[in-house]
Write a protein that binds this ligand. Structure first.
Ligand code: 76R
Length: 247
């Protein structure tokens, strides 16, 4: 067997979209993949006619993702699109110094214990960003995006402080959707055609439309965001996805 191609941190992420012909043993192959401790996969029926079905798979090993993709291809799932990315930590998350300054500015008289609680919460949050557990929701929405590099709107020529301040506003909008949306932002610079994959999980289709619409007004998206094709799917077990596709 080929040797593993392991990420040094986080997970490799593969989004696949197929036309379904005759998925001989495909559901079993996906279940086998997902039975490994550190691997996960969810399948979905793609809404509309651009593809029949899709998969989002996570593994620390890009070789395992590649073997899964080729195995499924050989089992009558014809890829129509795909996206390769890696989970990542944000460079803009608040630091302990930021949080201390915030507590001090608020006149908090219990800074040390508040900071300890904050550190514990952030450690869990970071762990979850790098090693997420895919949630049990009804809907998945996926789209790739990049930040612009145009004269007058070049994200990459802004200073770190400017970008961090802008991302603070972005996070504030995002947090309004706590409980309605679970988002997973994965990095793809140098790996695929866009810089990030945006994967949203929700039960209510309106939540997906609302968050993406509201984000459009936030300067990060309004001035610097460019977006690829949008895919929306109903999360279902593999056999249900394939039988629904008429296979
Ligand atoms: O540190 C954090 O993770 C919290 C702040 C935060 C960062 C750094 C955050 C919060 N995001 C971050 C990074 Mn986001 N996000 C998107 C989209 O459609 C659009 O206009 C944009 C697509 C959505 C819907 C969304 C949702 N985010 C990023 C990045 C990387 C940027 C970089 O590194 O330059 C991208 C591309 C991106 C895009 N974001 C949130 C959300 C939501 C719901 C939150 C709040 C989550 C929470 O706090 O639990």
């Amino acid at each position: 067997m080929a040797e593993a191609v392991e990420v040094s941190e986080g997970r490799g992420v593969m989004h696949l979209f197929w036309r379904v012909r005759s998925p001989e043993g495909a559901a079993e192959a996906i279940a086998r993949f997902a039975s490994a401790d550190d691997q996960q996969a969810v399948t979905f029926s793609v809404l509309g006619g651009r593809a029949d079905a899709g998969l989002m798979a996570l593994s620390p090993d890009l070789d395992a993702l590649d073997r899964l993709a080729k195995d499924l291809h050989g089992r009558g799932l014809d890829p129509v699109s795909s996206f390769i990315s890696l989970t990542e930590l944000s460079e803009y998350t608040a630091t302990e110094d930021d949080e201390r300054a915030r507590l001090v500015a608020e006149g908090d008289d219990d800074v040390d214990s508040k900071l300890a609680a904050w550190n514990a919460r952030i450690a869990g949050y970071r762990q979850n960003r790098l090693y997420p557990t895919l949630p049990d929701k009804r809907l998945i929405a996926f789209y790739p995006m990049s930040k612009t590099r145009e004269p007058g709107a070049n994200w990459y020529s802004l200073s770190f402080e400017e970008r961090k301040a802008l991302m603070l506003g972005h996070g504030r909008v995002g947090r309004k959707y706590a409980g309605r949306i679970i988002q997973l932002i994965t990095g793809a610079t140098g790996l695929d055609d866009w810089e990030w994959g945006v994967t949203l999980f929700a039960d209510d289709p309106v939540a997906i439309k609302d968050i993406v619409y509201e984000m459009r007004f936030d300067p990060v998206s309004a001035e610097y965001g460019v977006f690829g094709p949008f895919w929306t799917g109903l999360l279902l077990p593999p056999d249900e996805v394939f039988s629904r596709a008429g296979a």
